[in-house]
Structures are given as C-alpha cells and as structure tokens.
Design a protein. Structure first.
Length: 300
C-alpha cells in the first residue's frame, strides 16, 4: 500500500460543459477522486469529449499526498425498469467508463412504480442481466445507489435497492460479480438501521461510497413521528451529521475495503449556495483526518 491509496477521498461533480474546469478548480483543495454524475439522464451529453477533457486536467495534477487523482465512478439516476432511455444511458456509460479511467457505473436499480419491492425482481433481472454481462465484458462494475427516494417496501417510484433484503434478492436474481452497491450511511440512518453492521456484512459488495450524512431530529420524532408534516431528519455533509466517520472508515479498513468515498453535496441546508464549496472542503478535511491524516511512512 502506498500512502492512503486504499481509501480515496473526493467529491461528486455534475456532467456539463464546465465539468473539467470545475475539477481543475477543486484540485487545489486536496480532492483525490471525482464521480461524474449525469443526473437522471445522459441526454445528448458529449460523453467521450467530456472524458478526454477531465482526464487531461487530472493528468496535469497527477497526485495528492501520494494518492493518484482520478475519476472514481460515473453516475446516472433514472429508473431503468420503466425507461428504455435510462437503459441506453447505462449501456453508454458502461462503454465509456474505461475512457474516463474508471471501472464503476452507478445508479438506481429502478422500480415498478406503486408496487411492493419483490414485484420488481423479475423486471430487474431482465434489465440488469444483460447490463451485467456487458459490464463484465468491459471490466466494469455496476453499483446500485441505496437511496429509497421516499419509497417504502410496499410502494415507491424509483429504486428497490434501499434495504438489505432487496440487495440479497437482487444479487440472487442476477448472479454476477459485477453487481454491487453505491452505499452511504445517510439513507440507513433515515431508516434507523446501523450503518456499521451493514459494512460488516456487505463490504465485499460495496463498490463506491457517497460521502453523505444525516442528523436525526429526535425531538421531532418524539413529538410528530416520522410520517407527520415536520421533517424528522436533515441531510448533512460528513462531519456535520450523526455518523462517526472514524469508526466507519475503521470498519472499512478492517474489512479490507478499497475504493473511493466521494462527497455528495448540495443537500446540506447549512452549507449551501455561496457556502457549498466551503462546506465540502471542510467535510473533505474531516474525512481526511478520519482516514488517518497525512500519511507517515514507518521508520522501521
């Protein structure tokens, strides 16, 4: 292991005509990896030209604290079980990932709207069986975001990959080493699940981690419950929520996990608008400390 190359730290950047310039401006703050997110759809984005532009910037600034800088993942977050366009987006990004220098494409598993989670297992297999084979052929991994998108086990519109029972069923429905998770503790806290217990069980299936946290407002829970008119939780940047990131990274290291934790910004109401990058840089520094701070070689 060289420096902290087991666990890299970075941030998400949106895919648009200024992506490479955004990456260039963020590099001096120490970010080591970047997930390029295409939102709900790739549309007419010039994917190959974008890949070349971002890699050109990273090539000029090849390392931080001994850690090579790179694109960690691509992301697209439509519903592939109802949208053929989203399936095409997955295909296009799987094909383009090597050009970005990465091997992960992330997004929602999709969902048949308004139906219980198990009703989506067969459609999921029909869509992601071929996508998994395509990914395997190209040395790419597929990572399912664990956001519930306000769905429950009984009903929802976007994503079934928000609970361990669904993960187990999905991996059984499509038996492929390419399939895994884009995991983050925020969504588990919102479900009152212990993120550390999930790491202990699923570390071998977590391909990518979103650096996003949450604060549970227990006074609201006690007074209004979790289905009332008052929000019972707030999404936060790492370092400002309830997650102990030092323990979380310790669990990842104990499990032998290797990969990137990329901050998912634009959700924290205390660090938004003019304070967005300020908050993300503060969050990066917190994660950097939780990872162990500056790498110090052993003298023995």
């Amino acid at each position: 292991m060289h420096a902290h190359d087991d666990i890299r730290l970075g941030t998400l950047v949106p895919a648009h005509d200024r992506t490479a310039e955004v990456v260039r401006q963020l590099l001096p703050h120490g970010f080591e990896t970047f997930q390029v997110s295409f939102g709900r759809g790739v549309g007419d984005a010039p994917v190959e030209r974008l890949a070349d532009a971002v890699r050109a910037v990273l090539d000029v600034h090849p390392a931080a604290d001994g850690v090579p800088r790179r694109v960690s993942a691509l992301g697209v977050y439509g519903n592939p079980l109802t949208s053929p366009e989203t399936v095409s987006d997955w295909e296009r990004l799987i094909d383009a990932a090597p050009r970005f220098g990465c091997d992960i494409v992330a997004g929602f598993a999709g969902r048949i709207p308004g139906r219980p989670v198990p009703d989506s297992y067969d459609p999921f297999a029909a869509v992601f069986g071929p996508l998994a084979r395509r990914a395997e052929d190209r040395g790419v991994r597929i990572a399912f975001e664990n956001c519930e998108k306000r769905g429950t086990w009984l009903t929802g519109d976007w994503n079934i990959a928000h609970a361990p029972d669904a993960w187990d069923a999905m991996f059984a429905a499509v038996d492929s080493p390419a399939l895994g998770l884009e995991w983050e503790p925020c969504h588990q806290l919102l479900s009152f699940a212990d993120p550390l217990l999930q790491i202990r069980r699923y570390a071998g299936r977590i391909w990518h981690i979103h650096g996003k946290d949450a604060t549970i407002l227990w006074d609201v829970v006690r007074r209004h419950g979790i289905r009332g008119a008052v929000p019972y939780a707030a999404h936060r940047l790492p370092g400002f929520g309830d997650t102990d990131w030092g323990r979380l990274i310790g669990e990842l290291r104990t499990a032998g996990w290797r990969g990137s934790i990329d901050i998912e910004g634009f959700h924290d109401a205390a660090f938004c608008n003019a304070l967005e990058t300020t908050g993300q840089v503060a969050s990066f520094r917190h994660l950097h400390l939780c990872r162990g701070g500056t790498f110090v070689p052993n003298p023995f």
